[in-house]
Each structure stands twice: as structure tokens, then as C-alpha cells.
Design a protein around this ligand. Structure first.
Ligand code: SF4
Length: 192
């Protein structure tokens, strides 16, 4: 079976420190980090939900989902976006002509336009590192070890086992793109 690289992000372990965003920016020199951390279930990004002492704050790191059926690839008129054999959706900087059609095609708002370069950019899952047998830089810099990478098509692999656990979810599966980024939800504190 073909490889399908993907991520499992454990919300229970994510502390919202944004080390992943900084790591991405350092490694890839994008206009900003291609992984960004959203706050969930809180009225404001910097304010927890609930009343003291029952406070909650959950974080959702979001990035390109390296979708199994990626509409961005179909939409790109210059074939700058391709689906690799290992499942990565790769945006080739040299080929991009800055038309921005892919920004409209992506249902996850995962592609960023860099006005300085006049090109689109997005997470390539550190393909340059993967090709050298290394993990993406966000994975190794994550303080809480919340990001796991592996082959989703390997049933014995660690991330397939994480994906098979109850409550694991993909963002907006109704888009039909079958994201390769999965999330483990935070545990509900007792009494809530
Ligand atoms: Fe393409 Fe968006 Fe899916 Fe990434 S999340 S593969 S940019 S459609």
C-alpha cells in the first residue's frame, strides 16, 4: 500500500506555547509560521473559559492538512502543487506564479500569500527534512511532545493506533478532502 504521511496532534499535551510556529518560521523562512495555534472554548485568545478555580483553555494547532483529495492541487494552473507518493502535498516555490487560485481552493485557509515574494506558501511538512530521514522541525521543537508523525497507511504504526482511539477527529471532514492531520481531543476535567 502507498505511504500516507500524516500527523496526530494531541490537544491534551498542547500548552499553546507556539514553539511550533516559531520553529516553522526559523526552518522555512515563511512570511509567518505555517502552523498556527488557535484557542478553543475561550472568549478571547488570552483568556481562559470558566470561573476560578474551574478554568479551561484548549489549543488547536492548525496547518496544511496534506489532504488525501487536495482541491488545491487540482486548482493550481501551473502544477506548483503536487501530491507526492508519500502523501505530502508539496508547494514548489519556483513554479508558483502567485495567481492565488489555490488560496480560494483550500477549504482550510492553509495557504498564505507572501506579498514580498508574490508567491503562495504553506506547510510542506518539512519535506526537505523528511527526505533526509528527519522529522519536521515543529515535531521536534514541540515542548509538550504533542505532535506525532507517521504513516497513516501502516496499521501497526504508532499514529494509526492513535487515530483508531475513540474521539480522534479531523477538522471539517465534511469538505471531503480527507485530511491527514488528526487530533486527539483534550480530556474533560472531572465534574464538568
Ligand atoms: Fe491543499 Fe488546503 Fe488540503 Fe493543504 S489543507 S492539502 S492546502 S486543500
Amino acid at each position: 500500500m502507498k505511504k500516507r504521511l500524516g500527523l496526530v496532534i494531541d490537544q491534551e499535551r498542547c500548552i499553546g506555547c507556539e514553539a511550533c510556529t516559531v520553529a516553522c518560521k526559523i526552518e522555512n523562512h515563511g512570511i509567518k509560521g505555517w502552523i498556527r495555534v488557535k484557542t478553543q472554548n475561550a472568549p478571547r485568545k488570552d483568556t481562559p473559559d470558566g470561573r476560578f478555580p474551574d478554568l479551561r483553555m484548549h489549543f488547536l494547532p492548525v496547518l496544511c492538512n496534506h489532504c488525501e483529495n487536495p482541491p488545491c492541487v487540482d486548482a493550481c494552473p501551473v502544477e506548483a502543487l503536487t501530491k507526492r507518493n508519500d502523501g505530502l502535498v508539496f508547494l514548489e516555490d519556483e513554479k508558483c506564479d502567485g495567481c492565488r487560485i489555490c488560496l480560494e481552493a483550500c477549504p482550510y485557509d492553509a495557504i498564505i500569500f507572501n506579498p514580498k515574494k508574490e508567491k503562495a506558501e504553506k506547510c510542506n511538512l518539512c519535506a526537505h527534512r523528511i527526505d533526509r530521514g528527519l522529522e519536521p522541525f515543529c515535531v521536534i521543537c514541540c515542548e509538550g511532545q504533542a505532535i506525532h508523525i507517521g504513516d497513516l497507511n501502516d496499521p501497526a504504526g504508532r499514529i494509526s493506533q492513535l487515530v483508531s482511539k475513540p474521539a480522534t477527529f479531523q477538522r471539517n471532514p465534511e469538505t471531503g478532502t480527507n485530511p491527514s492531520v488528526y487530533y486527539r481531543p483534550p480530556q474533560q476535567p472531572r465534574g464538568l
